[in-house]
Write a protein that binds this ligand. Structure first.
Ligand code: FMN
Length: 404
């Protein structure tokens, strides 16, 4: 259990914190028309560090450690690397830490080194990591359940991400249609009706294992060009049955999988999805379709949408820049009326504060800046004059307690 660091000498600067809600009231005769105006400033209130509740889970703040593949597993099983990787984030006081893509079948992995949740050994080894994070950290813990589809059977990024060659234990990938991701990539097998049922069951089995391990939350990976996103996008789904064609048909399989996972995961624990809100390719999946999808998901009991973008087609033109997915997240939140997580080049405390305070997103997910600074949340709290939890053994590292 963590202890709360009480910041007793802070006055949070109002600049840049536009929509912050306040308690302490200052007034002065400084309005242009001569009337007195009130500045409402609460030095202890930060939107980013306010709690957020999804079903029976209350996150202590709005900061999420975004999933980050590590390519350090053997046959899907976690090891000491994962204790270190997730353990450091669990210590760092983000409200929620989500595991890297955790694949629901052996052929649903991206590479030979990806994490999985398809065997007893996978479950046992991942539980050890989760137990460590629980015992020593302060964050809540989520799992990302994934299937790589046609983007599987490749080398790790460190090895160049190229498709596995003969002799490198390649496997036959599966997808909605027999269309490779790019020239030279493996041509996937189009899933038959039996194949679809099998994949759905694998997601359910993964969710049951995840619940048994003790994860507080599950996120289904429906983005970045992996299997479930491949169903949504007309670029990768050219089926002629009820799972292909118009938007309703392309959404059908991801919605079926979501409903099955939701039913398999304990009712009081949230289940959400990560979705690529646009393919950034003409004639691809669109933000408007994402809104329709989010409405359907909401009807099935989905608790949040983690809004990312792209990665289904190499022709994509992504306008990378600070917070580049935030407008997409805001659109989904506003038009579908569902809680959203924004992700993508959110790196600064005040940027994150502004996103949450202005209502563009409910949660912010951070990947690379978190790897760069696993104590990102502590440092953001100091900058914003907020409180956050410290594991008991680490309370003494807060600079305010250092002797001169
Ligand atoms: C090393 C690394 C591994 C990643 N692995 C995953 C993953 O397993 N699942 C996923 O949905 N996104 C993954 N991502 C994407 C991140 O979660 C995030 O969406 C992206 O990096 C943009 O956020 P950032 O600008 O804060 O890094 C990964 C990113 C990095 C840098």
């Amino acid at each position: 259990m963590g202890q709360l660091w009480k910041n007793t000498n802070s006055r949070m600067p109002a600049a840049g914190l536009g929509a912050m809600k306040c308690g302490l009231i200052e007034s002065g005769p400084d309005s242009p028309n001569g009337h007195s105006i009130q500045h409402t400033i609460n030095p202890m209130t930060s939107a980013l560090f306010s709690p957020f509740t999804l079903r029976g889970l209350t996150l202590p703040n709005r900061i999420v450690v975004s999933p980050m593949c590590q390519y350090m597993s053997e046959d899907g099983s976690a090891n000491d690397w994962h204790v270190m990787h997730l353990g450091q984030f669990a210590m760092g006081a983000a409200g929620l830490v989500i595991t890297e893509a955790t694949h629901v079948s052996r052929i649903g992995r991206i590479s030979h080194r990806c994490l999985g949740i398809y065997s007893d050994e996978n479950e046992f080894t991942l539980k050890r990591v989760v137990d460590f994070c629980r015992r020593n950290g302060v964050a809540k813990l989520g799992i990302q359940l994934a299937h790589s589809g046609r983007k599987g059977s490749v080398h790790t990024p460190a090895e160049g991400s190229k498709p596995l060659a003969a002799g490198e234990r390649p496997w036959v990938t599966v997808a909605p249609s027999a269309l490779p991701f790019a020239p030279g990539w493996h041509v996937p097998t189009a899933l038959t009706r039996e194949g679809l049922a099998e994949v759905k069951q694998e997601f359910v089995d993964g969710a049951v294992r995840a619940a048994r391990i003790g994860f507080d939350l599950a996120e289904l990976h429906i983005g970045h060009g992996y299997l479930l996103h491949e169903f949504l996008s007309p670029l990768s789904n050219q089926r002629t049955d009820e799972y292909g064609g118009g938007t309703v048909n392309r959404m059908r399989f991801p919605l079926e999988v979501f409903a099955a996972v939701r039913a398999a995961f304990p009712d009081e624990r949230p289940v959400g999805v990560r979705v690529s809100a646009t393919d950034w390719v003409d004639a691809g999946w669109t933000p408007e379709e994402t809104v329709l999808f989010a409405r359907e998901l909401k009807g099935l009991g989905c608790d949040f949408v983690d809004v990312t973008s792209g990665q289904v087609d190499p022709r994509q033109q992504i306008p990378f820049g600070p917070g580049y997915n935030v407008p997409l997240a805001e659109k989904v939140k506003r038009e579908a009326g569902i809680a959203v997580m924004a992700v993508g080049m959110i790196t600064k405390a005040r940027q994150a504060e502004e996103i949450v305070a202005s209502g563009q997103a409910d949660l912010v997910a951070i990947a690379r800046a978190m790897m760069d600074d696993p104590r990102w949340a502590w440092h953001a709290a100091r900058e914003l004059g907020a409180e956050t939890a410290y594991a008991p053994n680490y309370v003494r590292c807060h600079p305010s307690g250092w002797k001169p």
